[in-house]
Design a protein around this ligand. Sequence first.
Ligand code: THU
Length: 137
Amino acid sequence: MTDACNALFDAARSVRERAYAPYSGYKVGAAILDDNGNVFCGTNTENASFPLGACAEGNAIGAMVAGGGTRIDRIAIVGGRDAPEDCTPCGGCRQRIAEFAYKQTEIHVLAANGTVKVFTMDELLPAAFQWPEKSAE
Ligand code: THU
């Protein structure tokens, strides 16, 4: 792993510690590196009314938007119960990430054996829905 990847995973690991996941016990941390080199983090935040829970990736995206970021260069995700398991983004989060990603944006996932799995946006969500005018960008 490069130093930049290590730093992004450190950020994802530490925000994961703050997850609010009393119902599932499954803690997720996500750290985004945006186009300008800024890092934004999010963690899953559950709710007693289960469908209202929010995923880590969506919360990291919200932080990026609030912080003035517009595009995701790379995102690191660390998720699991006691120890990190392979936590690839859920279907909804793939669409959320795609909104701000390039086809070649990399999604880095800490795998159960401690190695890192790297996917491109296009691999995780091929033929993604895009708003017509936006697909011209
Ligand atoms: N979760 C995420 O935060 N991101 C994902 O991509 C998959 C699932 C959270 C939602 C819920 O709080 C817990 O993990 C178990 O589904």
